[in-house]
Design a protein around this ligand. Structure first.
Ligand code: NDP
Length: 234
């Protein structure tokens, strides 16, 4: 049966792979992003997730088109790296506003329908940086570890209504976001990754579609690493 899916930041990188994976399963997919092209077959909604009014309008549009959202993937994210001593207030809070604020606004929009329907899946795309920390990425890591607290609190709150809430924590994946890393840092990360390579957006997407599947019906509050062994022990 076709489900109504919304993927934030589904225009590029990991989000686009997630949107394509759901489309391949025959689901109806809406993608919220700031204006890039979206995968063929997905419905594009222009929306800056750091703005609660734009998020509310985007979810209204998706709901009118595809019906109540049954699977929400909070994927939109940015990085803006700088050693902490040089990090500006604006730089710190802008990353939090998108990565954490955006996920909060989006999740609040789907909550009432999921409770009413007594079903739903919410998946947050965090990062291995949430657990390991990452030098020069304190703003990013803070936003990504906050998602775990948000997800696990919500899992407890909404679990009795048959809604699961989980987190995927990718390691290094070759996308636009990862382009900011120096070659030296990239090689260092790959050297510490058990599988000695970057992940692909599709490998992250398959963990997300599994969490949204019937097979994952008893999985909630989980943090699933998709990091080639980079974060082991964290
Ligand atoms: P990309 O930069 O390739 O894509 C980011 C996506 O987020 C784009 O679709 C972009 O769309 C969207 N986006 C960014 N800001 C906003 C905003 N304010 N409002 C709406 N959409 C927004 O990044 P990745 O695919 O690499 O990252 C996807 C997620 O995976 C992020 O949450 C990231 O933190 C996480 N992640 C990535 C890793 C990696 O190594 N790549 C590792 C671990 C986690 P547009 O520009 O059109 O608005």
């Amino acid at each position: 049966m076709q489900r109504s899916i919304l993927v934030t930041g589904g225009s590029r990188g990991i989000g686009a792979a997630i949107a394509r994976a759901f489309l391949e399963q025959g689901d109806q997919v809406a993608v919220a992003q700031r204006g890039s092209e979206v995968p063929a077959g997905a419905h594009a909604i222009r929306c800056d997730v750091s703005d609660p009014q734009q998020v509310a309008a985007a979810f209204k549009e998706a709901r009118e088109l595809h019906g109540p959202i049954e699977v929400l993937v909070n994927n939109a994210g940015i990085a803006d790296n700088m050693l902490l001593m040089g990090m500006r207030n604006e730089q710190f809070f802008r990353v939090l506003a998108t990565n954490l604020g955006g996920s909060f606004y989006a999740t609040r929009c789907v909550y009432p329908d999921m409770v009413r329907m007594s079903r739903g899946r919410i998946i947050f795309v965090s990062s291995v940086a949430a657990l390991r920390g990452s030098e020069g990425m304190a703003n990013y890591a803070a936003s990504k570890s906050a998602l775990i607290g948000l997800a696990r609190s919500l899992a407890r709150e909404i679990g009795p209504r048959n809604v699961t809430v989980n987190v995927v924590a990718p390691g290094l994946v070759s996308t636009d976001l990862a382009k900011d890393l120096s070659e030296q840092r990239r090689e260092q990360i790959i050297g510490e990754t058990a599988l000695r390579r970057c992940g692909t957006p599709e490998e992250v997407a398959s963990a997300v579609t599994w969490l949204a599947s019937k097979d994952a019906g008893f999985v909630t509050g989980a943090v699933i690493p998709v990091d080639g062994g980079f974060g082991m022990g964290h």
